[in-house]
Design a protein around this ligand. Sequence first.
Ligand code: M6R
Length: 361
Amino acid sequence: DKGNYRHFMQKEIFEQPTVVAQALGRYLDPNAGTVCLPETPFDLANIPRITLIACGTSYYAAEVARYWIEQLARIPVDVDIASEFRYREPVYTEGGLAIFISQSGETADTLAALRHAKAAGQHIAALVNMPGSTMAREADVVLPIHAGPEIGVASTKAFTCQLAVLASLAVKLASAKGEINSNEEAGYVKELNHIPALMAEVLHHDEALQGIARSISTARDILFVGRGIHYPIAMEGALKLKEISYIHAEGYAAGELKHGPIALIDEHVPVIGIAPEDSLFDKTLSNLQEIMARQGKVVMFSDSETKQEGMFAQLKMPSAGFLSSAILYAIPVQLLAYYAAVEKGTDVDQPRNLAKSVTVE
Ligand code: M6R
């Protein structure tokens, strides 16, 4: 049931504060200030290496999680696209943990990679939305994301719930290893708990994003750029836009633009900058200025209050910490894609050539 919404995708975007709160409710004990995971048949304090494997949007969740796990828990993390993973004859580390991220739990490539890692003796975790799925059954430990059924082919609420669970996992791994103390853990739990309220705040920008989407929906190509943990959000934004509006889009690390893609820029190419005011802000901003100097139409999503001369549009985001920021910036890229697709009159919930669950390799 779509309720008052025009599409399932729109409904699922707006459900995010609720379902992320639900997901976090299963993993956090706010009174104790701790993260609680299901029992694992291996020691969380002694994981030499983590491999994250997934496809599509779930793969971008893995890319975000790499920043959290490496920075908080100081465990080396590899991230792989499932369809490439086993063909490159990966070198496994003994006692390593392989985490498979999949909304459906049925994606053929991800499942094949899971079986490959399992046969090699890795510990297997499945982060899925469907608790009865094949991946959940074959894993040593299941981390459900509790997003509820996702109908739109374009993944939205499953993505942010995946991120919420992965952020909780990173905190747990860090505390198990002694990289953070109990005060720090409680601080992160507090930050995580606050995410749904901030998400609701971001959703109030609905109309502004509809306006921006309208003005970029005639473009043939759109670039999304970001740095650090927001680089995967840029890639997710490009994927979302491509799959439902059929506008060609690419996500780029902002610093990489000058090594090629800047040649594409002229007044017809909108560039969406994901630029929170963090330690990388000045660098991202200067990349965006290079684009404006070449007549690129820049739209910046940022918590920075400063009005930037020559920018086509700026969206004011709430300020957020290391665990919340990427989750919050997922929302404007989803809404931008959604409204661009509505503007173009595409079949938003059932885009051409795509299936909700890809069960062929
Ligand atoms: O069910 P899964 O999470 O394994 O699906 C992976 C991808 O097929 C999926 O995320 C796809 O990229 C979505 N259509 C993206 O919106």
